[in-house]
Design a binder for this molecule. Structure first.
Ligand code: RB5
Length: 143
């Protein structure tokens, strides 16, 4: 799968750990985040990842900032993005099944890198459970 990933300076180490894992799993990575710890602004990265994730067919976005909150707010401003901030695997599973989330947001100051990798794994391996959730997600898409 194609993964569009981006992070601010607080998420650089977590991003590198996730990219290593995803590369080992043979996913294709588009890295739009910083690779340094020099401060950058999370709205720019959230917007860039959101836009690219919508452009790229069959892609999933991953955004990382300190809490995951700011960058998820930014990504969610892009039309078509349904970004979900998940700090445990159950949230990742439900965000895919119920919300058809297409961008995963993570907080690098909130969870450990290994937890983030488990959350990414769950997010990528869970399908949308259309059925009764379809109508609700359609309503989101109409905003
Ligand atoms: C940067 O200091 C921090 O505010 C940012 O990473 C994020 O947590 C914002 O929501």
């Amino acid at each position: 799968m194609k993964i569009v990933i981006g992070n601010d300076h607080t998420g650089t180490e977590m991003k590198k750990a996730i990219v290593k894992y995803l590369t080992e799993q043979k996913h294709q990575i588009i890295n739009l985040g910083t690779d340094s710890v020099t401060a950058v602004d999370y709205p720019d990265i959230g917007q860039a990842v959101g836009e690219r994730a919508i452009q790229e067919k069959n892609s999933i976005g991953i955004v990382i900032c300190g809490t995951g909150i700011g960058i998820s707010i930014a990504a969610n401003k892009v039309k078509g993005v349904r970004a979900a901030l998940c700090n445990e695997t159950l949230l990742a599973k439900l965000a895919r099944e119920h919300n058809n989330a297409n961008v995963l947001a993570l907080g690098a100051r909130v969870i450990a890198n290994q937890n983030a990798i488990w959350i990414v794994e769950m997010f990528l391996n869970t399908a949308f459970d259309a059925g009764r959730h379809n109508l609700r997600v359609d309503k989101l898409n109409k905003f």
